[in-house]
Structure formats: structure tokens, C-alpha cells
Write a protein that binds this ligand. Structure first.
Ligand SMILES: Cc1cc2nc3c(=O)[nH]c(=O)nc-3n(C[C@H](O)[C@H](O)[C@H](O)COP(=O)(O)OP(=O)(O)OC[C@H]3O[C@@H](n4cnc5c(N)ncnc54)[C@H](O)[C@@H]3O)c2cc1C
Ligand code: FES
Length: 275
């Protein structure tokens, strides 16, 4: 059992939890994820490691309440326990010092997995900028935390309530049109957002890494649930990723496969009856 040592509400759909998980905290690196089971009847769901503290032996997760299991997790409070917290899983992000700058692009809860990656790059001496997008001001996550190490924090909201009115790609295109030079782009968010970021960066040959979030079941490369096509080859996001070269990802296939269990998810009968 793993103790929830801190719980914080970030907006009406997104929460942060710090979990006491000594083994994961000791080993994890930016880009990796855990699989959590809230209670003994629960399903296994993957969540990215948003932060970690090796001394306190804690791992931070930031999750959006979208369905049965994230709702179950949300009902837990500080001092409660979760049943399983398995990890670190996946390949750590390849983060190397760059000569110019790196631009991070985050959509919604994608700010959580992006945060430790940019922070590590900054700690290595790379200059970093970030564009954070959300539906409206309250859905823009971690802006203050990014300000601690980013040279520029750009914000885009769909309704214009904060920063530029429009998508993160609007801001990215503007920066590139103005002549900003970046060595790399790291984009994390909904598949459609990452696909559109790649559409902006590809013409400039700006190397772009993306983080894929297909349906995962075992998280160990055994079930094939997280199959994605990268550069024409089959990869399993749980063991070969979740980070991949965005120019090589078949986003359309990912989007089709992500929706295949939609009906079943919403009729889930695990433990506490149907939703
Ligand atoms: C590597 C990885 C890292 C992730 N990191 C985060 C994160 O840091 N924060 C966050 O909010 N979300 C993250 N997700 C998505 C998260 O796993 C889903 O939101 C969660 O599983 C939803 O479960 P549910 O029962 O609440 O909702 P459901 O109603 O069951 O599903 C809602 C949607 O969540 C997705 N989903 C459901 N089950 C799974 C599953 N087993 N594996 C992957 N996706 C699933 C599907 O797109 C589905 O349509 C990540 C997914 C992956 C693969
Ligand atoms: S989740 Fe089963 S192979 Fe990746």
C-alpha cells in the first residue's frame, strides 16, 4: 500500500497527489510513468511521473478526472492509501544539453509530463521556453512552476481569458515566423495537438519529440494494447516509449486505436457497478 502524503486541487478537473513510493522515487527519471491501482478491485491506469523527491521518497502525479478510475482516485484524501503503484515504467526521455534553446509545448494536463523534462534540460544549462495551452485560464497548469526555470512562458487559451486567444500551435507558428531559433521541440498533450505541432515544425525540420498515451494494460510489453506505428515499424509505447520522434509517428492510427474501448469504458462494471 502506498500513502498519499499530499493532495492538491489544480482546477475543477485536475488534481495533484504526492505518493510515498520509495522504490519508484529512487529510480525514476523524466519521461517515465507508473501504473496505479486505486484499490484491490481497481483497474490499472498509467500516469506520468510529474515530479519526484528522492529524499522524501515521494512521486508526484497530476491527473485529470475523466472516468471511473481517475474519479475513484480523486475520492482518496491525504493520509489514505492506494493499492498499487508500479514503476518506473517506460524509457526515460533523452535529454541532452543544446546550444540554442528548446521549446516545450504543453496541452492541458500534458504540462505535467513536460515539466520534469524541461526542468532537467534547464538544470543541464539549456535555455528553455514553454507554451502552455488550456481551454481557459483555469486550465493552464503549472505556469508559476515553469517560470522558475524557463526564459519565456507563453500561454494560449481557447477563449482568450489568458495569453493569446487560440491554440498552442498559433503561438508556436508566430515564434518561428518571428525567427526564434530552437534546437528541439518537445510537445506533450492530446494526440491531435501533437499532430498539429508536428505539422508546424516539420517544414522547418525542427526535431520534435512527442509523448504517446495509447491504451495500456500491463505496461510491460506483453499485451500489445499500446501498439503504435513509428517510422513504419510496430512499437509498444510502454516499453519503447512513451516518447518518440514526432515526425515518424502515425498519429491517425494512434487516434483510431485510442477510441476503440470507448463504449466499454463507459459501461465499466469493475468493483462498484456501472457508471
Ligand atoms: C503513458 C501514459 C501516461 C499518462 N499520463 C497521464 C497523466 O500524467 N495525467 C493524466 O491525467 N492522464 C494520463 N494518462 C491518461 C490516463 O491513463 C487516463 O486518463 C486514465 O486511464 C483514464 O481512466 P478512467 O477510468 O478514469 O477513464 P475512462 O473513462 O476509463 O477512460 C477515459 C479515457 O482515458 C483513456 N484511458 C482509459 N484507460 C486507459 C488505459 N488503461 N491506458 C491509457 N489510457 C486509458 C482513454 O483515452 C479513454 O477514452 C496517461 C496515459 C498513458 C498511456
Ligand atoms: S501496455 Fe501491454 S504491451 Fe504495452
Amino acid at each position: 500500500m502506498y500513502k498519499i502524503v499530499k493532495k492538491q486541487t489544480l482546477n475543477n478537473a485536475v488534481e495533484l497527489m504526492e505518493i510515498h513510493a520509495p522504490f519508484v522515487a529512487r529510480k525514476c527519471e523524466p519521461g517515465q510513468f507508473i501504473i496505479i491501482r486505486v484499490d484491490e478491485d481497481g483497474e490499472r491506469i498509467p500516469l506520468t511521473i510529474a515530479d519526484y523527491d528522492r529524499e522524501k521518497e515521494t512521486v508526484t502525479i497530476i491527473y485529470q478526472v475523466v472516468g471511473y478510475s481517475t474519479d475513484l482516485l480523486s475520492k482518496k484524501q491525504e493520509g489514505d492509501y492506494v493499492q498499487d503503484f508500479v514503476g518506473p515504467l517506460g524509457v526515460p526521455a533523452v535529454l541532452e544539453k543544446k546550444e540554442n534553446k528548446v521549446i516545450g509545448v504543453a496541452g492541458g494536463v500534458g504540462a505535467a509530463p513536460l515539466y520534469p523534462q524541461l526542468r532537467k534540460l534547464a538544470a543541464m544549462g539549456t535555455k528553455v521556453d514553454v507554451i502552455i495551452g488550456g481551454k481557459s485560464a483555469e486550465y493552464v497548469l503549472l505556469a508559476d512552476q515553469f517560470k522558475e526555470f524557463c526564459e519565456n512562458v507563453y500561454i494560449a487559451t481557447d477563449d482568450g481569458s489568458l495569453g493569446t486567444k487560440g491554440f498552442v500551435t498559433t503561438v508556436l507558428q508566430d515564434l518561428l515566423d518571428k525567427g526564434e531559433v530552437y534546437d528541439e521541440c518537445i510537445a506533450i498533450g492530446p494526440l491531435i495537438m501533437m499532430k498539429n505541432v508536428v505539422n508546424v515544425t516539420r517544414p522547418l525540420n525542427l526535431h520534435t519529440m512527442v509523448s504517446l498515451n495509447p491504451i495500456m494494460i500491463d505496461g510491460t510489453g506483453m499485451c500489445g494494447g499500446c501498439r503504435v506505428t513509428v517510422d513504419g515499424e510496430t512499437k509498444f509505447a510502454c516499453v519503447d516509449g512513451p516518447d518518440f520522434d514526432g515526425f515518424k509517428v502515425d498519429f491517425d492510427e494512434c487516434m483510431r486505436r485510442q477510441g476503440i474501448f470507448k463504449e466499454e469504458e463507459h459501461q465499466c462494471k469493475i468493483g462498484r457497478g456501472a457508471k
